[in-house]
Ligand binder design. Structure first.
Ligand code: ZN
Ligand code: ZN
Length: 349
């Protein structure tokens, strides 16, 4: 079957459809009016409320202790800190730049509202890294970390894989390449951030770099809503565009997920290795396999790694950090009871 070409949303389109039943994720005819009174996708109101509740400001987190800790980190910790930060800087930059190109082809205004908020949050994440770097190291060290992804071979290889996925949609504006970009987003939000997150949380539980871990917790909380958004977009497309979910296409998405998991483990083992107190290569592999299962089954498919169906017991401290006051996996069910009433993390660590 040939792929359907997608038409970019017209900016001004008085002839667009107003009726909700005509609104769809892709291939619709949107007026572009921000009509939040009449939503086709009602889960958006829960998502929006959560995203607004999550608003935070990087500078409100105190990094004084981190500035003292950073020069005293063990060489292996320091190397991992720098490389992981370099990767996160790249991921959040890529996200903030790529999301607008997705929303140009999404024809439901309420979904575009979410994508714009997400893009804003990715910018806040990028800025939080610059605040961290400014606080802990010299301008020379800072630039070395910011651009390490251009010279570290493995880091560049990873970023090339993700960049190529996104570039494919830049060059081929059809429904199938959009779908692959959505899957790549879902993998990025749900898998790629995690060996980084776990490293920062591990440092913090060893009494080091507490402010950095706190920054990461706020980022993590946002990333969970992004994951929720992309999961829902994909599930809606599953209903609306069954031709994007034929057996051979699902097999391809599955390959992408497996490759994403493989790369994250390879990367996590490379940057963290076995020299950091509290983490081992086995723990990294088990945890990322578990996340792969969680992400893939959340899309309605069978687990990929039967050995890792439950959260590894050695890693439950990760969710203690990342699930602070509300960011639970049942979040996916979009229950309004999962809301935080204020934007602050309640520190229960
Ligand atoms: Zn982000
Ligand atoms: Zn994100």
């Amino acid at each position: 079957m040939t792929n359907k070409l997608l038409k970019k949303n017209a900016l001004f389109n008085p002839d667009g459809d107003i009726e909700i039943h005509l609104r769809k994720m892709i291939g619709g005819n949107s007026t572009n009016l921000n009509d939040f009174n009449n939503m086709r996708y009602s889960w958006v109101s829960d998502w929006y409320r959560q995203a607004m509740n999550n608003f935070w400001i990087p500078e409100e987190i105190n990094l004084t202790q981190d500035a003292k800790d950073y020069p005293k980190l063990e060489p292996a910790e320091r190397k991992a800190y720098d490389k992981i930060l370099s990767f996160l800087v790249f991921l959040d930059s890529l996200q903030s730049n790529n999301l607008p190109s997705i929303s140009e082809y999404i024809t439901a205004n309420e979904i575009n509202l979410c994508l714009h908020i997400q893009a804003f949050q990715e910018c806040v994440h990028s800025q939080s890294y610059s605040y961290m770097l400014d606080s802990i190291c010299s301008p020379e060290e800072r630039n070395e970390i910011l651009y390490q992804w251009k010279t570290d071979e493995l880091l560049l290889e990873r970023n090339t894989f993700i960049g190529d996925c996104y570039n494919d949609f830049q060059e081929n504006k059809n429904d199938f390449s959009l779908m692959k970009t959505l899957i790549a987003n879902y993998i990025l939000e749900g898998i790629y951030f995690y060996s980084g997150f776990m490293f920062f949380y591990n440092l913090s539980r060893n009494g080091k770099m507490p402010g950095s871990a706190q920054e990461i917790r706020y980022i993590n909380r946002d990333e969970n809503t992004h994951l929720w958004l992309f999961r829902n977009i994909i599930l809606e497309l599953k209903k609306e565009e069954p031709e994007l979910f034929t057996a051979d296409k699902i097999a391809l998405y599955e390959d992408m997920m497996r490759e994403g998991v493989r790369q994250e483990i390879k990367w996590g083992q490379y940057v963290i290795g076995d020299q950091i107190q509290g983490l081992t290569q086995q723990m990294i592999a088990d945890y990322i396999h578990y996340l792969g299962n969680l992400r893939w089954t959340s899309l309605g498919f069978e687990p990929l790694f039967p050995e890792n169906l439950t959260e590894p017991e050695t890693m439950n401290w990760v969710s203690q950090y990342s699930n602070a006051n509300m960011v639970k996996t049942d979040f996916f069910e979009a229950k309004s009871t999962a809301y935080a009433k204020s934007s602050a993390l309640i520190d229960d660590l």
